[in-house]
Design a protein around this ligand. Structure first.
Ligand code: FES
Ligand code: FE2
Length: 371
């Protein structure tokens, strides 16, 4: 597998940022083992608080995976007690903070090192996000959210779980600057296209046709795609309906990536959604998924691109790859990268986004991170 080092991304193997690790609805008090960032985790929902809890998977006692067990009586009886989880091997119990809070058969003191790491998680838009930072720092920006998620005029999404692919995330992020693939892959005639890099955000504004999403001669498809950090892409799309495409890709191991897709659709005017609204939203999501599958198929079978043979009209790949490096290096160094890339970039031969679109977009975007 192509690694972060192969792409010369920086000092860290995995980037800093918020990452989707699960669908909220699938996290219950039945613990599950998940793997991201080359590490194994135990994921469950606390019974007391209802909070999602993500712990390092391996018990400090003898290294048992806290969540990958179904036959031990601890697991059969329910390993989650309150917000704590019991190890299936000798039943040591760990709290939501990761500290061992009971060793059932030992009257001696609990060793202070009897703990696992507890990770900062947030639930938003039906997803569970974790803050990952090789330097162990506090979140640099808020986990993404959309006010429309709670607006009754919008039909909430259910996720398309696309599973793991052996593609380095860089290949997926490249898509944000890929002006020339719209015609060949999606059948779009691009009318305008630009990228903007601003702090932890990478933005693409695009207008054109789209054979997969809008019929020939249909309305122009206008999209504004925003990377909120290295891995969560939210695209506002005006076409048949107003909608947001959500694509999250989370590193599993160095060179492999887990992908989710979803669509939030404004199908009606705020009256309670009917079965027809849900069916229309699902149908539109399937169309968006078909468009995404067109990109996905290319990624799945391509060889890694460590250095592209970029030509005029290709889009700001080189700048995007510099922007992306801020997440693979010490936070203190991010301005070295941002200095080189911040601003609006229009590929040669392409029109920029209309002024009113850019102004509205800039007013609505979250502020760049501090520090
Ligand atoms: S290995 Fe976990 S309690 Fe012994
Ligand atoms: Fe695409």
């Amino acid at each position: 597998m192509a690694t972060s080092q192969d792409y010369k991304l920086g000092d860290h193997t995995f980037p800093r940022g918020w990452f989707m690790v699960a669908e909220s609805a699938k996290v219950t008090d039945k613990p599950q083992g998940v793997r991201f960032f080359g590490q194994d985790f135990a994921l469950y929902r606390g019974k007391d608080s209802g909070r999602v809890i993500l712990l390092d998977a391996y018990c400090p006692h003898m290294g048992t995976h806290l969540a990958r067990n179904t036959t031990s009586y601890v697991a059969q009886d329910g390993a989650v007690e309150g917000d704590s989880i019991r190890c299936p091997y000798h039943a040591w119990r760990f709290g939501a903070d990761g500290k061992c809070n009971q060793i059932p058969y030992s009257s001696g003191p609990i060793p202070p090192a009897a703990k696992v790491r507890s990770w900062p998680v947030v639930e938003s838009m039906g997803a569970v996000f974790v803050w990952h930072d090789a330097e162990g720092g506090e979140p640099e920006w808020d986990a993404p959210s959309l006010p429309e998620w709670d607006d009754p005029a919008w039909t909430q999404w259910t996720f398309d779980d696309l599973g793991k692919i052996d593609v380095h995330p860089q290949e997926i992020v490249d898509n944000i600057t890929d002006a020339a693939h719209f015609g060949p892959v999606h059948g779009s005639k691009t009318k305008f296209f630009e990228n903007e890099f601003r702090g932890h955000l990478a933005i693409q504004r695009m207008g054109g046709g789209h054979r997969t999403l809008v019929a020939e001669g249909g309305p122009m498809l206008v999209t504004e795609a925003v990377y909120h950090g290295p891995s969560i892409l939210i695209t506002r799309m005006s076409g048949l309906y107003d909608s947001y495409i959500f694509i999250a890709h989370t590193p599993v191991d160095d060179g492999s990536t887990y992908v989710w897709h979803a669509l939030l659709v404004r199908t009606h005017d705020g009256r309670p959604a009917t079965a027809d609204d849900h069916a229309a939203a699902r149908q539109y999501q399937d169309m968006a998924l078909a468009a995404f599958a067109q990109d996905f198929e290319v990624w799945k079978h391509k060889r890694p691109c460590f250095q592209g043979m970029f030509v005029q009209g290709d889009g700001a790949f080189r700048l995007q790859r510099i922007w992306y490096k801020q997440f693979y290096n010490a936070r203190a160094r991010k301005h070295e990268f941002l200095r080189q890339v911040e601003g609006v970039h229009v590929p040669r031969g392409m029109e920029p986004a209309p002024d009113d679109m850019r102004q509205a977009s800039e007013a609505a975007l979250p502020m760049a991170a501090n520090g």
